[in-house]
Design a protein. Structure first.
Length: 129
């Protein structure tokens, strides 16, 4: 017995009919090409390198006593005070080892992952968790 149904082929005997779908073969080859190991087979490609380098480092919550490094110079600063001023959090930083130097006042940013001090990054890896 053999019948043609709009592009599909049905063939077989009374005991074991088989149905062949030509489109499934094409779909299977596309799935196999996506699932192959390597960069071409990744479902989500990695972000470009410049994207990773420009992401700001943030911590869940800025706290007194945390150490932050200034991005341009690498100098270490200590968070000495935190206060809110007109819906924003202000951070007072003191350069580590320079008690006589003027304090630095910076407005903290809110990020989806926590808080960030613009121009600074956490000095210790365990502070960013």
């Amino acid at each position: 017995m053999r019948a043609a149904l709009a592009g599909y082929t049905v063939s077989g005997t009374m005991s074991a009919p088989t149905i062949r779908f030509p489109a499934l073969r094409l779909l299977k080859s596309k799935i196999d090409s996506i699932m192959t190991p390597g960069l071409a087979g990744q479902l989500t490609p990695p972000p470009p390198a410049h994207y990773i380098q420009t992401l700001p480092m943030s911590v869940p919550k800025i706290q007194i006593g945390q150490l932050w490094k200034k991005d341009g110079t690498g100098d270490t600063y200590l968070v000495t005070r935190l206060y809110t001023e007109a819906l924003s959090t202000m951070v007072i930083l003191r350069k580590s080892g320079s008690e006589e130097e003027a304090l630095t006042r910076v407005r903290a940013e809110r990020t989806p992952t926590g808080q960030n001090i613009p121009g600074f990054s956490p000095a210790q890896e365990n502070e960013s968790r």
